[in-house]
Design a protein around this ligand. Structure first.
Ligand code: NI
Length: 173
């Protein structure tokens, strides 16, 4: 397993619409394992393939406290969504940025797991938010898209500045 590089906003590759996955093979499972290592090391609760520059319809999640409920969603589709729920969200592509976004409160999702088996899952709370956030990634949509243009431009400036500083530190050391 190896840790992957997570694309940071405003990288345009985060806007790519991911393509469906035809078959679940060992190469895909290796990507999934690398994504889990990357997500756990970064203390994230979800990671979409788009964020590691793999533009296929796949994301992983683990919203449990002990990080022992690893979930894999291949070709996910939300088949039912109910209610409204706003919660503070973060994203590994937006280090240090959190913002309140309104989502459906309860959802049903259908997807394929790492063994190629199809499954349905009813989710609410954090997991429901996470699933909606990650499916957005596969469609090139980001959680800041739900915010006002002013907030979006503040976040963009903050992250661009941090990236410039990181590059400078990298060049000097
Ligand atoms: Ni995200």
């Amino acid at each position: 397993m190896s840790k992957l590089t997570v694309l940071k906003y405003p990288d345009e590759r985060l806007r790519t619409v991911a393509k469906p996955i035809d078959s679940v093979d060992d190469a895909l499972r290796a990507t999934i394992d690398d994504m889990f290592e990357t997500m756990y090391e970064s203390q994230g609760v979800g990671l979409a393939a788009t964020q590691v520059d793999v533009h296929r319809r796949l994301f992983i999640a683990d919203c449990s406290e002990d990080q022992n409920e690893a979930l894999v969603f291949i070709n996910p589709e939300i088949t039912k969504a109910e209610g409204h729920f706003a919660n503070e969200e973060g994203c590994l592509s937006f280090p240090g940025v959190y913002a309140k976004v309104e989502r459906a409160e309860r959802i049903t999702v259908t997807a394929t797991d790492r063994n190629g088996e199809q499954f349905n899952l009813d989710a609410e709370g954090l997991l429901a938010i996470c699933i909606q956030h990650e499916i957005d990634h596969l469609n090139g949509k980001l959680f800041v898209d739900y915010l006002s243009p002013l907030k979006q431009s503040r976040i963009r400036k903050k992250l661009e500045k941090e990236q410039r500083m990181n590059e400078k530190v990298g060049a000097e050391s």
